[in-house]
Each structure stands twice: as C-alpha cells, then as structure tokens.
Design a protein around this ligand. Sequence first.
Ligand code: ADP
Ligand code: ZN
Length: 734
Amino acid sequence: MLGPPAVARPRVPVLLPVALDQTYDYVVPAGLEIEPGDFVVVPFGPQTRIGLVWDQPVGDQGKPVDEKKLKAIIERMDVPGLPATSLRFAEWVARYTLAPLGMVVRMMMSAQAAFEPAKPRLGVARVEGAAEPPRMTPARKRALDIAADGLIRAKSALASEAACSTGVIDGLIEAGCLVEVVIPERRFPRPDPTHATVTFTEAQQEAVETLSAAVEAGTFSVSLLDGVTGSGKTEVYFEAVARTLEQGRQALIMLPEIALTSQFMDRFKARFGAAPAEWHSALSGPERGRVWRAAATGEARVIAGARSALFLPYTDLGLIVVDEEHDPGFKQEDRVHYQGRDMSVVRAHLGGAAVVLASATPSIESHVNARTGRYRHLILPGRYTGVDLPEITAIDLRTSPPEKGHWLSPVLVEAMAETMAKRQQTLLFLNRRGYAPLTLCRSCGHRIECPQCTAWLVEHRFRNRLNCHHCGFSMPLPSKCPKCGETDSLVACGPGVERIDEEVRERFPEARIALLSSDLIPSLTEMRDIIKRIEGNEIDIIIGTQIVAKGHHFPDLSIVGVIDGDLGLAQGADPRAAERTFQLLHQVTGRAGRALAKGAGYIQTHMPEHPVMDAIVRGDREAFIEREIRTRQLAMLPPFGRLASLIVSARLKDVAEGVARDIARRAPAAPRIEVLGPAEAPISVIRGRYRWRLLLKAPRELDIQAYLRAWLAEIPEIKGDLRLTVDIDPYSFM
Ligand code: ADP
Ligand code: ZN
C-alpha cells in the first residue's frame, strides 16, 4: 500500500544580512503567514539570525536540498515588511557595485533598535487630587508645582527642572503625589504643505511649475536645479516637497552630512510647520530605530538625511532631492562602495519618483546628462537678494608672499583688518586639519612618518600629539628627533588650520575667533552651537576646513580667504581633481556677502594662470565646464568612459604585489577595455597593509560589471590575510 502523496511543505527563499550573494530556502511552519519582504528569524549555522524573505530564489542554489533537511522559520518579526521596490533596489545596487546582496540588505537593516521590542519608557505625572505629602520641603514643592500642569515627564527631566535630586521625585512617588506612567512614544508631526508659502520670482516660478508637474506626474524624472548659492534652490525644491506631501507620498532630502545643521531644520520647520525626520550618523540607537520604523509605516512623511537615508524602508517614496549633488561625500568608500546621488536616480526609477539634483556647481556628470536631455535643466539666474556674487581676487604668492614663518599674504591681512573695522566677518579656509602636515628634524633631515602608513604624521598642537590621518595612529609630540636623538631640532613644516589660528591670534589679538575642524568639534550638537554663534555675529574670524564650506548661510560674512588654492590640484591621479577644486573654491568663496552687501573672495595661489583659478577669478563657470567636458571626452573619463578600481592589500609587500600581478595576468582579453597597473598605490601602506591598485577603463556603453564578474570568477580564492576591494566608479585614487 502506498501512503498518501507527500505534500511539499511551503518554503520561501530568505536572504541573510551577511556577505553572501544568495538566498536559502526555509520552511514556513503551519499557521504562519509569510510574504516577500517580511523579516523573519531563522536558524543559520549554529545561530539564529534575522533574515529577509525574498520573492524569488537568488544566486546559485546548488543541488536541491532534501525536504527533510530544510530548516523552518522560527518567527515572523513584528516590523513592517519591505515593499518590492526595496528588494529590486537592493538587487540593483548589489549588481552594480558587485557587493554581495546580503551586504546591501544589511545596510537596509542598519537600525538595530527597529528589530528589538520597543522598551516602554517610564515617566512621572501628578496624581490628580492627591493630598499634600506629609513633609513638604521647598524641593518637593517646586517639583509638584511643575508637575501641576499634568504633563508626563521623565523622572530625570522633572528633577532637573525642579533643581532637585531624583531621590526627591522618588519620595513624592512613595507619598502618592506622583505616579509612574508610560511615556507615549513621540510621533513624527506631519509637515503641512501650506504652512508658510513663498512668492516666487519669475525664474523661480518657472522652476517650481516644472518640478510640481514632475511630482504630480507620479513617474520617474530627473531635474537638475542649477543656480548660484542664494538663488533660491532650497525654496524651490521645498515646493516639490509640498506637492509630494499633497500627493500623499514620502519625500527624501539628501544632504552632505555636515549640512544637516539646525539651520536647515529650522528653515524646513518655518516652511512646513514641523521638522522633518532626521537620519545621520549622530543619531542614537533608539532614535535610528524610531526613524526606520516611521519610514516603514509611512508615519515619517519627509526625511532629511545623509547618503545612507536612501536605504530606509520607504513605503512610497515620491521625491528624492539631492542637495549639493556634486558633493563627494555622497560616495561611500567602505563595504558597499556606492555613489548616493547616482543610486538615488536608480531608486527613483524603480519606484516611479521624481529626483531633483540641486547645486551651484553641478557635477560634470550631471551637466552632461542635462545636455544630452536625459535630465531636465532648470536654471535660477542670480541671487534672490540681487546682491552680486563676490568679487574674487587671486593673490599671487610669488609676488605677495607672506612673511617668513607666516601663511597670510599682506594683501589678505589688510582686507581682514578692513573687514574687522566694519564689524563684519572673515572666513579663512584651509582644507587641512591639525597644526602642521609635516614634522622635520633640522639636524638630520628626518621626516616623522606613521609607523603603519606611508604618510607623514600631522601635528595637532592643541592635543600636543602627532596623528596619522589614515589609520588613526597617535603619539605624544616627541621632544627630540626619534632618528638622531637631537633635542629641540624638530620643526613644523607647512600650515594646518591650527597654525592659521595661531597666526590670526597674533595678528588680531582682539578678534573673536572660531576654529572649525572635524577633529576639534565633538558632536553635531556642538557644531550647531558654533554655527548659531557665527550667525549671531558673536564671532569675527572663522577659520575652518571643508566643514565650513557647506550648507551654511552666515549673514555678516563679507570676505573669504582661501589659504592654499592649489591644494586640491595636486591630486594627480584623480580625474576629478580640477572639478573638485573648482567646486570647493566656488562654494567657499560664495559664502561671502550673501545678505546685504557684495562680498569678496581672496585665493592665495602659486599659479593664478591655472585654468581653474582663471575661471574662478573671472566668474566664468561655463568656460570651466566646457573645458572640463572636452578634457574628459578626449581621455574617455567619466561620464564618457567607465572606471573601476581593484585594490589588493596584504601585510606582506610581496604577497600584495604577487597577487595583484596574478590578477592582472588573468584579465580576459577585451579589445575596448584597458587594464592599467598593477601599480603601488599612492599611499602604498595603510594600517600596515601594502596596497596595489589596478584601474579599469571602458567605454560607457560597455557592461563593466559583467566583465569584472567574468574576470573575478577566474582568480584564485582571496583568503587569509589578503583583501580585494572593487570600487565601481571610484572617487578616491589614493
Ligand atoms: P540656495 O538654496 O540656492 O542657496 P535659498 O533657497 O537658500 O538659496 O535662498 C537664499 C535666501 O533667499 C534664503 O534666505 C531664502 O529664504 C531667500 N529667498 C529665496 N527666494 C525667495 C523668495 N521667492 N521669497 C522670499 N525669500 C526668498
Ligand atoms: Zn597611519
């Protein structure tokens, strides 16, 4: 007798957030409803892990697994599932970047608290009609008076408001005057599209109408919103956000991390009556969880965030704004190497959303896309206030050099003195942290290098240490030369911002100075604080690295001095060096004179005749773009050609070199693909690892990922201490 036919148990493919490119099948236990996009707990090896249910098997499934050996899902997590768009997006990013799909999904899950049961927080509230406590002290009275409004407060908050210890609060609970209650979770308020509307200029209105139509169409489109700083780009894209809210869809505003200041949040709030949800690296764990869930339930209507905000689980994303779209900070350089701006276009394509790329100095890539008609080009001419762009002067350091041991040319010093006299602000910009980039022994010529990297140690005088900017190595400033032992022979060479600070204090002892450098500012909150003081004209001279270049609006800032205009041009191997220098110089000098009066920019340079300097001084952006596009076209550089870099690293130099050469030898022959290298990387050792680079160059229409996949399938396994990093469209060439 045959038994009843075996009924295959229902199974689903599950993707785990690990460095694997495939799903595993799991059995769905009876009674459990499972859908694609659900988060589930599954046994994985000896552990249990959270996985994501996929809608089809991914990767090489090998031989079919015996029914009986299949493991079962343990439970479905109580979190909103991901929509199909998120799954498609993850697949797209993985395919494009060659990162394992599991690692992309891991980015999408980067809010651990969202997957943990919410811990209810307890607070205290006044018990209505309770009698006075038996012993009434002044502290008790203060606390009860504050709690009289009936609001629920955290115990510590009430204690600090009443200037007493939490012991006093505990006493009041014991006496039955206060009671512990669960604090309801904070909700994300709804931004109101009609809260405070703006009357637009004619040019702005045209852009507003185009963007509104793009959003209302509910389909994919990309618009490049191109206008000088102060032309009203933010006001204009806020209208696109308003339309999105009216459509009932979500909006994402991506900003360079450092631009996520309270200035931006306050402006958003003024326009919409409520702040957006924020997403950036400074959020606490629970806050990340809260934002993640709110994106997934649709409670958060607008999210303002850094690049990783693109991977939040939006239910229905209708608009993505990428502000400062040219900013290199949108490129992620570790684990999954992706360009946030480019991936935002992919995300919008998959989800039928509109993209707005905003910048005063759009990337060459976006300019080319606008010229070929792939993107709409919306131009806002001039500043809203009508104030002209600053007059830019190149200070030729060959003819007006600073005094010995100083870094500010007399021309710049004089301009600063005049500005001080007018009670206006000066910004000095130098993109170099620390006091001096090099410490040299006068006696034997020894240069102090990092023991783990091919890089000089940078003196940080405030902390009295030498630091490596590549690996974080740090040592106290030595009193004698580590090589020859001579005392008092070490000299600091070249300037960092701390040294500029020193010179400014010497020259302007009465000035109120703020030094802004990422290593000196412990948190975003503190940064926001300093920015507020600058806005309030409590500071005369601001000295900073590139963190001052972005996103801030300082009404009393009238001149900007760039200490070393040539700094960015020295990056020889980087095809975007000229573009980036142009953008940075334009952006930082553009901070001058935004509100009332025309400002001035001074750029110290050894090569005023360089095309970048020339274009900046003449204010001729178009000439620069023309020239840059032609250069890229001739050299087949992005966006006319594709690049990918392979970096092989190992503890032993011979191993890194040998493997790099071996990989190069195995490159499949392809007539139109060039494989350059391997060559020792410009920074040949980082953290004690030797680094060798290969660079791939291919025409735009070629599928560089397919080529790489075929190639990498042929190389011996990368194991042990070896590491191979693949970076599609690299932005770093060090
Ligand atoms: P951008 O983003 O291009 O730098 P903003 O949107 O920040 O420009 O505009 C610069 C300043 O001008 C802001 O203070 C903004 O509020 C103001 N502004 C721009 N357009 C208008 C307008 N149509 N009505 C009122 N204020 C405007
Ligand atoms: Zn180092």
